[in-house]
Design a protein around this ligand. Sequence first.
Ligand code: ADP
Ligand code: MG
Length: 277
Amino acid sequence: TEGDPVQSALPPDPFPQLPSDLATLDARGITAWFGDHQVLDRVSLTMPAGEVTALIGPSGCGKSTFLRILNRMHELVPSASLAGEVLLDGVDIYDTGRKLTEARRDIGMVFQKPNPFPAMSIYDNVIAGLRLTGIRASRDEKDYLVERSLASAGLWKEVKDRLRQPGGGLSGGQQQRLCIARSLAVKPKVLLMDEPCSALDPTSTRVIEETMGELQKEVTIVIVTHNMQQAQRVSQQCAFFLASQGQPGHIVEHGDTAAMFDSPIDPRTYDYVNGRF
Ligand code: ADP
Ligand code: MG
C-alpha cells in the first residue's frame, strides 16, 4: 500500500547485534618493510564509505602488501613491519586494545584464486567465518545469513537447492562468489578484493562486476585490478601505485576514476592507463 517501504525478499534482519553500517577506511602514511627491504613509502588514501576504490599499478609496486596492511594480514609475515595508521571510521585497527578478530571481522578479504573449503558444504562455507571470529548464531540466524550473503554475492538462485553439496563442486566463478558470500556473512564494513577476477572467465567476471554495484551499498569496497576497463566500470575512486628507480611503492596519483582516465595529471599515470607499461 501507499507509503510502505519496498518489500525485501528477506525478512527484517533478525541478527542486528552485528554492526553493518557503512564505514570509511583511512590509511595514513603507510610505510612497509619486509626485513630491510622497504616496499611502501608513506601511502595515504581515504577509501570512502559506500564507494568502490580501485588500486592500479604494475606488478610488484605493493598493492597486495597495502591491502594486507588494511586488514592486519601483513603482520603474519615474520619479517614484516610497518609504520603509519589505518583508521576505520576514525578507530585505529592497530589499536592494541582491540582484538585482532574484531579487525578481521570488520574488514574482509577476497583473493585472486577462489579459496572455498572444497570438501565443506556450500552452507558451511558461508558461515565458516562466524566461528573463526567468535560469533554465535542460532540455526535460524545461520539460515538467514546464508541466504542473505549468497543473495548479496549474486549466487543464491544458482545454489539454493544444493546448499549441502561441497563448495569445491562449483565453477570457478561460483566459487569466487561463494568466497564473497563467506566474507559478507560476518557483516564486514569493508571488503578488500585482490584481483578477484584475474583467474575467471569474462562471463564470471561480468557477473561479479554487476554484483559489486549492489554490494557497495552495504560494504565499502577496495579492489586491486590490472584490468583498466574493470577499474573504470566498477570504481568511483582510483589510486595509481608505482615503484620505480629504487623507490618503494607509493601513490603517484589518486582521485575520481573517470577524471583519472580522461585527464591524468602525471605522465606516468597517462602511460599506465593507456597500456604503455
Ligand atoms: P603487487 O601486489 O603490487 O604486485 P606486492 O605487494 O605483492 O606487489 O609486492 C610488493 C613488493 O614486496 C615486491 O617487491 C615483493 O617481492 C615484496 N614482497 C611481497 N610479499 C613479500 C614477502 N612475504 N616477503 C618478502 N617480500 C615480499
Ligand atoms: Mg598483488
